[in-house]
Design a protein around this ligand. Sequence first.
Ligand code: UDP
Ligand code: MG
Length: 321
Amino acid sequence: MSLLSVIVPCFNEQEAIPFFYEAISKTASEMKDEWSDLDFEFLFIDDGSKDETLKVIESLRLKDRRVRFISFSRNFGKEAALYAGLQHSKGDYAVTMDADMQDPPSLLPDMFRAVTEEGYDSAATRRVTRRGEPVVRSFFARQFYRLINRMSSADIVDGARDYRIMTRRMIDAIVDMQEYNRFTKGIYGWIGFNTKWIEFENVERVAGETKWSFWKLFGYAMEGIIGFSTIPLSMATWVGIFMSIVSFLGILFIIIKKLVFGDPTSGWSSMVCIILLVAGIQLFCMGIIGQYLAKTYLETKRRPIYIAKRTSEDDIEGEKS
Ligand code: UDP
Ligand code: MG
């Protein structure tokens, strides 16, 4: 017997979950035809939803004991939800997927085959198009992936989704990474293992709307850069060296001009501009250092990544399955 955990982070997904559940159960029964000794668990993580998400999940639990859930005390973010899911998954394999059907369940058999029969540790998906997404958002997303891959040694794939199946060994490796500032896409790249990439065309969400505002995505991008690269820190040094060289040349120029032409330096306004420029660069560099310091500060507090308010296991006594 082997068990596959399906981990689904949900934040205000009351409309989408019924569609999702139906689709994944159908895929599960189709997969059972091919792999008769395969069992499923559906682990929903309610990420502090404000709507009826938890009720919807609970009613699924009542009719299907494969459904489990963890409900957070507030919104901790998708990264925390994925972590909680992996940590509590009991499967020999786990797959993480979105509740909005943007991660097509029809890919699951192929992904499962990759980890069971083709010897991969993980199979991940990437969208080759961003059709249906706002143009500005796609543009910034592309630039982000270009930037981070130049800056970081962890290999982060453009268009990679968090739709990924992995073996127990890989799940344990991820759960062992207990950093508070999580950027899962970077973590997957960092831990290694061999991954099969499966490509698909973008699918639009089935119901509800995206939970990511531009600023939330921007923060996420910063998380990725700061969490997986220290280049911005050394950038400050390079800018400093460059500025020093430029000003040294400037000084030489002024001294020679004075000696040759006897022309005293005039123009205090250009001076003020230069002082402001240098001060600006210094503040910018200090800001970068501050960002790292802030992350370090949060990390040293060793706060839990999430706080669970309720889980499906709480009701075991009452119901006896
Ligand atoms: N999500 C979450 N917590 C959050 C934001 C999102 O658990 O704070 C979940 C959400 O319910 C969905 C998945 O993460 O299952 C992806 O979110 P969404 O579809 O809104 O993102 P998009 O596909 O637009 O990038
Ligand atoms: Mg989505």
